[in-house]
Structures are given as structure tokens and as C-alpha cells.
Design a binder for this molecule. Structure first.
Ligand code: AKG
Length: 291
């Protein structure tokens, strides 16, 4: 498994790689049903919409919807199995490896006819890291043609560092300077996976089709690449998906007693004292925020 030499060179040059058939169509279909069932369960208890305010401008003022759930592995073991699947982590390891650490996961369903778009942006401003090892994989659980609002990227944009983003309605690039149309659409089939750097400019269009678009995004980093600022923490963050954490630094404190967390004290990441509630509480209550 993993990437071919050609795919590795393509990633280096373009900041993304489209891996076809990472999952079989049958597996993708099972995960699609799993995601839809999860969203139905969540809708019973909370608002699952995560549309960016700025998406409305792209959609021409139309009210759009984006159903989401962060940290899906806490809701269904099927997702826990998927994020450590060798087919996924071997590709991640070929890009940032040998070791691969979880940052967070999020499932998205763009509902038919009104599935929210994402203006072009980088993920880096949301959770910057010192060495920019962070990558995402978007795994497609159903077909994502252009009309379903497939993911779009700006090839090679990962080479330009972190760009200034506008904070209004979601942290995004100036749509005048970076219109969605200026990016390359990447239609995908159920089971395909798109890996990209958190520096790669990306976004997606409106779902105007009669079907949902269902995906899981897994954000991953080299465990020895520390966050530049302490932000965007979540319950599953720091879990090893492949290999080891050579620094033995965990993001989840073992105890409040500082002598029990020596790696944190000397480890180079300013962890702060209030980590337990932030780390454990953060992502589970992220309703309304797609990041
Ligand atoms: O799933 C999509 O359409 C894009 C998601 C995205 O850009 C993000 O979560 O950063």
C-alpha cells in the first residue's frame, strides 16, 4: 500500500494527491449509511448544521445546509477502525511519516439541492504548527461529481506559506482575489480519498444535485511537529494512528499532578494549566462550527 513514487512526486509538486479506490464501493456504502445514521441520532439532540456565514455569499444568498459531526470515532467504533486502517495511514506515512498522529476527524453531509459550499481557504490558520506537517484526508463515502459540490484545490498553493485570511463568516481567503472558480475541481467516486496539506488552498461548491455528498475528513500530523499556538483541541487529539510518538508527549494529561506529566513540562509545547477541561470538552460541543 502507500503511494507510488509518481504519486509522491505529484504530492510534492501540487500539495495534494487523489487516491482512487482507497475503500471498496461496498465499504464506502457501509460508511455512508453509518454517517447518515449518526447524523440522524445527533439531530434528535442538537443542531448539526455547520454552514459558514461566508458560504451564503457563494450560494447567492440561498440558505444552505451542511450536516456535520466532529470526532466521529467517539460515536461509532466503525470510524475508530477506519482511522487506523493501513490503507489510509500508509499513504499518510508516505507524506509525513513514519509516524502519524490524529488531530481531529469530522464527517460532513452536504444535503441534496442545498449543500453548503466552502469558500477557498487554507486549514493552517485554524491550527498552525511549527513545521507544517499537518495534512487532511477527505474520504468519499458516495460519488462526488461537480454538481454535488466536490472538493476543489489550488495546485501548488502549499508552497506559499500561510496566507492572510478574512475572519468574517468563517476564516477564508478574500473571494475577490480567490474566487472558487479559480480552483481545480476534483470530482471523486465513492471510496476515493483526497490527501492534501493544510497549506493547500481548497474549498468546495454548492451541492445542487438530488443526492447527498457524504465524506469523512481526518486531520493528521507528525507527532514531533508542535502546534505554534494552543488552539482547536479535541478529545481524540494525540492518538497515534500509525507508528509511535518518539517524544512520548501526550495531549491528554494523565493526572493534574505535574510530576506525572514530565514530557509536557519539558517537551517544548506550552500546554498551559487549563488543559483538562479544554482538551476533553472542546470538540464534543462544537455544534455550528465546521472546523
Ligand atoms: O468537504 C468539503 O467540501 C470541504 C471541507 C473543507 O474545506 C474543510 O473542512 O476545511
Amino acid at each position: 500500500m502507500g503511494l507510488t513514487e509518481e504519486q509522491k512526486s505529484f504530492y510534492q509538486e501540487n500539495g495534494f494527491v487523489h487516491v482512487k479506490g482507497l475503500l471498496t464501493p461496498e465499504e464506502a456504502e457501509r460508511y455512508c449509511a453509518e454517517t447518515q445514521a449518526l447524523i440522524v441520532r445527533l439531530q434528535e439532540i442538537r443542531n448539526v448544521d455547520a454552514t459558514w456565514g461566508s458560504a451564503r455569499d457563494i450560494a447567492g444568498g440561498v440558505v444552505t445546509r451542511l450536516h456535520h459531526c466532529h470526532d466521529v470515532q467517539f460515536y461509532s467504533a466503525a470510524f475508530a477502525q477506519l482511522i487506523v486502517d493501513d490503507r489510509l495511514t500508509s499513504v499518510a506515512a508516505d507524506i509525513i511519516g513514519p509516524n502519524v498522529q490524529l488531530h481531529h476527524t469530522k464527517a460532513f453531509i452536504k444535503p441534496p439541492e442545498k449543500g453548503s459550499p466552502f469558500p477557498l481557504h487554507q486549514d493552517a490558520p485554524f491550527f498552525p504548527h511549527e513545521r507544517h506537517s499537518m495534512i487532511a484526508v477527505i474520504i468519499h463515502f458516495d460519488d462526488a461529481p461537480l454538481e454535488k459540490g466536490c472538493v476543489r484545490v489550488v495546485p501548488g498553493s502549499h508552497k506559499n506559506g500561510i496566507l492572510p485570511h478574512l475572519p468574517s463568516g468563517g476564516w477564508h481567503l478574500d473571494p475577490q482575489e480567490y474566487p472558487l472558480d479559480s480552483s481545480t475541481a476534483l470530482p471523486a467516486k465513492a471510496g476515493d480519498a483526497l490527501f492534501f496539506s493544510y497549506l493547500t488552498i481548497h474549498g468546495s461548491g454548492l451541492n445542487v444535485s438530488n443526492d447527498s455528498r457524504t465524506t469523512l475528513l481526518v486531520q493528521m500530523r507528525d507527532p514531533t511537529d508542535p502546534p505554534s499556538i494552543q488552539t482547536h483541541e479535541s478529545a481524540g487529539q494525540g492518538m497515534m494512528l500509525r507508528g509511535i510518538d518518539p517524544s512520548c508527549r501526550t495531549t491528554v494529561p494523565i493526572s493534574d499532578d505535574p510530576k506525572n506529566i514530565p514530557a509536557m513540562m519539558g517537551g517544548g509545547i506550552a500546554m498551559g494549566g487549563s488543559m483538562t477541561p479544554i482538551t476533553m470538552g472542546g470538540a464534543m460541543s462544537m455544534g455550528g462550527d465546521s472546523k
